[in-house]
Design a protein around this ligand. Structure first.
Ligand SMILES: NC(=O)c1ccc[n+]([C@@H]2O[C@H](COP(=O)([O-])OP(=O)(O)OC[C@H]3O[C@@H](n4cnc5c(N)ncnc54)[C@H](O)[C@@H]3O)[C@@H](O)[C@H]2O)c1
Length: 441
């Protein structure tokens, strides 16, 4: 029955957690013609969404607004609606705890609610990144415990009475080339029927699906992808540190190596890792590997090198200021870009936060400009506001430190007006005049 409802798109779909992952997903499901209800614990977020205001770059306000106005998308903080849903995608955060272990509290809280309203034929899909085994070790027992009896009083069975799968979200917020619909979806169901129903569901709004043998496999695929990125960024950051000592331009090295049409894929150095995925996900894998008495050395080493990059940026800034007979102590710095990557406003785990902490430690003064981040809170104590990027501002600081290479910035203009620029992203690569003022990593 669920399969039919999915195929004729009469199923009532639900998404739990309406952030960078859940909101675009909800809109994609609605675009295929399904009625969707989004649930989030954050009342402010729900109020905003009800007004058709999107907080993620991949969802335009007009699109959201039209679905909200037509009633095809509804959003709520009230979990009771789970009773009516045929499908539920869980997209809640999976951060690390203080001792860098997986923090599963958001998944557990969401699944507790799902379990409370679980009913026959419901399809539950976990999309939050997690360690291999989590869907079957944590989610499944919670659902089983709640749903002990099937309709004919026999014990309920996953794959027959309800369906459960893990399908990792692979989107990159702000990437306009690859988005939800044209990025193949990995699916690992607990049973073959769970996989089949989940695949049928995603096929309604995603061009290509790829099924794997189990949820554990799908969980591992996601961690491999993000570990691959973390390790390669760690490698290229190390190469940048070596090139610096050898007085070689690492950017020229990478561009030249990238001309090789096979066997090389360019990664670029920067001020460190940021965002909700790359700095965190590999630790889900190393944590689980420890249970198998395996110490994941690549993961730890990459993390160590990547974590050192903010300090390297500050050292570079000290060096740049010294060349002008200035010290960092009391210098006025303009931090350009505090988001963890270009063209989005996400500051989670952003290396800018660590760079700012370090320069404040050295008694420098800082201002920041980021077209996507209006305010920035440091340690929840002090809030800073993005300064308008004027010629007077750029001229009056001792150094501009580019931490995010947002496309909206005119770098030629910036260099023209700045006294000194530390460029951690090669954002100024096309600038020809005033190169003597630029120090790159
Ligand atoms: N951001 C990305 O680029 C990205 C990409 C792929 C995968 N992921 C993974 O997807 C998951 C979600 O990430 P995100 O970036 O969308 O997070 P997010 O912080 O942007 O959004 C999560 C949302 O879940 C809500 N929430 C938390 N607990 C809840 C609960 N119990 N019930 C209902 N809502 C709840 C929060 O209020 C928030 O709105 C994570 O596991 C992440 O690792 C993220």
């Amino acid at each position: 029955m669920i399969l039919k409802k999915i195929e004729n798109r009469s199923a009532h779909a639900g998404v739990i957690g309406l952030g960078y992952v859940g909101l675009p997903l909800m809109v994609a499901i609605a675009s295929a013609g399904f009625r969707v209800t989004g649930i989030d614990i954050c009342p402010q977020r729900i109020t905003q969404l009800k007004q058709g205001i999107s907080h993620v770059p991949d969802v335009a306000n007009e699109v959201l607004e039209s679905f909200i106005t037509s009633g095809q998308i509804q959003v709520t903080t009230d979990y009771e609606v789970l009773r009516e849903l045929d499908t539920i995608n869980i997209c809640v955060p999976t951060p690390l705890s203080e001792n860098r272990a997986p923090d599963m509290q958001f998944i557990i809280a969401a699944v507790q609610q799902v379990a409370q309203y679980l009913h026959a034929e419901q399809l539950i899909i976990l999309e939050s990144t997690t360690y291999p085994g989590a869907t079957e070790e944590i989610v499944l027992p919670m659902l089983n415990a709640r749903f002990e009896r099937g309709p004919d009083s026999r014990p309920a069975e996953v794959g027959r009475d309800f369906y459960l799968a893990f399908s990792p979200e692979r989107i990159e917020p702000g990437n306009s080339t690859y988005f939800l619909a044209n990025t193949p979806k990995i699916i690992g169901g607990v049973t073959t029927q769970c996989t089949h129903i989940t695949k049928t569901f995603y096929e309604q709004f995603i061009n290509k699906t790829h099924t794997v043998s189990s949820p554990r496999m799908a969980e591992m695929v996601k961690l491999l992808e993000n570990t691959f990125r973390s390790v390669n960024i760690g490698l290229i950051n190390e190469v940048a540190l070596i090139c610096d000592r050898m007085d070689l331009d690492v950017w020229e090295v990478i561009d030249a190596a990238a001309t090789k049409p096979f066997g090389f894929m360019p990664f670029y150095p920067g001020p460190g890792l940021g965002g909700h995925c790359i700095p965190i996900d590999p630790h889900y894998l190393s944590w689980k590997a420890r249970m198998y008495e395996y110490h994941a050395r690549f993961i730890e080493l990459a993390s160590e090198i990547n974590n050192e990059m903010p300090k390297y940026v500050v050292d570079k800034t000290v060096h740049a200021l010294n060349l002008q007979r200035k010290s960092l102590n009391d210098a006025r710095l303009l931090i350009l870009g505090v988001a963890y990557k270009k063209d989005i406003g996400d500051t989670r785990e952003s290396p800018a936060l660590e760079v700012i902490r370090l320069i404040l430690d050295k008694k420098a003064k800082f201002l920041y400009h980021d077209p996507y981040v209006e305010t920035l809170s440091l340690n929840k104590q002090k809030t800073y506001r993005s300064e308008p990027l004027t010629a007077a501002l750029v001229q009056n600081v001792d150094c501009v430190v580019i931490l995010t290479d947002h496309s909206a910035i005119d770098y030629k203009w910036l260099v023209e007006h700045a006294q000194l620029v530390v460029d951690t992203r090669n954002a100024t690569h096309a600038v020809q005049q005033g190169r003597e003022k630029i120090i790159r990593i």
